[in-house]
Design a protein around this ligand. Sequence first.
Ligand SMILES: *[C@@H]1O[C@H](CO)[C@@H](O)[C@H](O)[C@H]1NC(C)=O
Ligand SMILES: *[C@@H]1O[C@H](CO)[C@@H](O)[C@H](O)[C@H]1NC(C)=O
Length: 354
Amino acid sequence: MRLFSFPHYKSFWRSSIAFAFFLTFLTLQTQSTPIPCNKDPYKELNLIPNKNGTVTRPNKPPESPPAPDPNLNTLVLSKDISINQSKGTWARVYLPRVALDHSSKLPLLVFYHGGGFIFLGAASTIFHNFCFNMANDVVAVIASIEYRLAPEHRLPAAYEDAVEALQWIKTNKDDWLTNYVDYSNVFLMGSSAGGNIAYNAGLRAATVDGTYNQIPKIKGLILVQPFFSGTQRTGSELRLENEPHLALCVNDALWELSLPVGVDRDHEYCNPTAGNGPKRLEIIKRRGWWVLVTGCGGDPLVDRQVQLVRLMQRKGVRVLGHFTPGDYHGVQDSDPLKARELYGVIKTFISALN
Ligand SMILES: *[C@@H]1O[C@H](CO)[C@@H](O)[C@H](O)[C@H]1NC(C)=O
Ligand SMILES: *[C@@H]1O[C@H](CO)[C@@H](O)[C@H](O)[C@H]1NC(C)=O
């Protein structure tokens, strides 16, 4: 475990372990009593289900345009590039100006945004700002992927788009990517539902040699508060049942709308520790990827994230869990200071591997 012998890594890892003990205590209180939902999840989500299986999303979240002009006085340039027009998929690529000025090669983070598989996009202002600042702080090129949303396109549509994006990254001739990306330093990353997509798309691409040869060499996965669930409730789900940022019944409704029709929450897309999940983890080990999982004690999903880290450890996957007390699901999208801290953790992770 050379990674953890770095001086700055010791305290980093120690705090993760200390917090994991705190979580163990909470996990012991797990029950499986079903909880009545005291909210209308569709009202909470501001979603109107239609008879034909689509939903109407009355609130259009704010979007931001890219800024591709190198003459602009900005720390990070950005531009949109089509991936597959027939599906409406594309990437917003972020290039820190330092790369342009010094002609240096940078790590590439392929970023899948959150939004419960149902909401938001690569142009959404919250993710535009998040990726812009991440490119600047981590000093990396970011490719933020626009994928198809559920329930119009249920899983695995998002995973297919995510894998297609990786194939596109390998073959496209865009000058930013070809000139400034260090292709030995590529990571799949996502927050919340995007963390789930990075995980599942990574596994899809890694399982079949034919597909694996069509994507860039992946160095690791960065899963920020990854969105997973299961039929059995965990201690943190019960403890934080009515957490205002992600109430349990809202969480369940998101899965209802995004999983294939007729499967339950122990499906491998949703619960990586159930069924065939532990076996699938061996692929990550075989490919030699490093994994960073981050989470926080105020997120109902934290126990599952810790369970996943433990399972990976048992399977011999090179995984680092970084868990902090307090906070809430999606905190990095609304609190710039928390986002900054996260960029620091990601930067440390990436540089420790080089
Ligand atoms: C589904 O129904 C909604 C609302 O009635 C409508 O706006 C939409 O065009 C329909 N979509 C399809 C694919 O039929
Ligand atoms: C785009 O997606 C369609 C539908 O999945 C597929 O048939 C086609 O090959 C894709 N096009 C490209 C350029 O990859």
